[in-house]
Design a protein around this ligand. Sequence first.
Ligand SMILES: Nc1ncnc2c1ncn2[C@@H]1O[C@H](COP(=O)(O)OP(=O)(O)OP(=O)(O)O)[C@@H](O)[C@H]1O
Ligand SMILES: [Mg+2]
Length: 282
Amino acid sequence: MHWPIRHMALGLGLALVGSAQSPPETSPGHTCAQMEQFLRKGKVGTMREIPKGTTLPKRATLEYEDEKHDASIQAVDVTKPFQDTEHGAEMNFRDSWKYNVAGYELAKMLELNMVPPYIERNAGGQAASFSWWIDGTMMESDRVRKKIEPPDAASWNKQMHAVRLFHELIYDSDPNLTNLLITKGWQIWMIDFTRAFRMMKDVANPKSLLQCDRKLLARIRGLNKSMVKAKLSRWLTGPEIDGLVARAAKIAEHFDREIAAKGEAAVLYDLPRTSQACGSGL
Ligand SMILES: Nc1ncnc2c1ncn2[C@@H]1O[C@H](COP(=O)(O)OP(=O)(O)OP(=O)(O)O)[C@@H](O)[C@H]1O
Ligand SMILES: [Mg+2]
């Protein structure tokens, strides 16, 4: 199903808002390793339809060591030389669960606390990604449609600058507002990277990159081919890794130019982080 607002341009349109303080998420929740283990080992209950999205991921309740929690299960893996999409024709089209796992692993490398765990697991005889279900969220598409303003504009904008950067880094060819989930404490989570990780070596929307978290920029500078290959080659091809590494270098160069032109204070900021790569409160 497609909401009219689903595709409000993510590139330049990812809403920054104009400024009150909201509390950070309080629950320490699970560690990344605990959630990954749960998703790998949990007994999978009945698969239910998720009444949203185009590739029909499933939702199931998993049970492991007296704990129950839901997972979203995505088994799409389509490769076509050419595909008509909502964003125009695309060559070398690919829609794959593998990119969900690559997106999560990349976010961990960047220490970006904004992607819930995704792991690789077989579901009913098919390879798939399983992701930790984030309870009680609102989709950004609904926030925009209902005109709900974030209570803390500064915190929102810091997170949104990081979202923009991540989307440019992974070259998401289907960025849309149903793939940003907002918790009650106004933490933003990014999900669904099945149409990302294109082979392109250029950044699609450099103009959307206005500000950057210091740590994220340091991590982006540090991304090199051998480390990306070591961590992600199970899910990404050589040309996809080359594209990712080239875009990381271009994003770093972009911010170097911005800093030289506008000064550090106008460009760099510090995104509040937790010690857990998958954030707090899950
Ligand atoms: N881990 C999760 N936690 C909470 N909600 C989720 C999670 N995964 C998926 N959802 C919900 O299910 C919807 C559809 O899932 P998802 O975005 O993964 O698939 P999709 O939109 O069909 O994929 P595509 O856009 O590639 O076709 C999301 O918009 C979101 O509302
Ligand atoms: Mg989606």
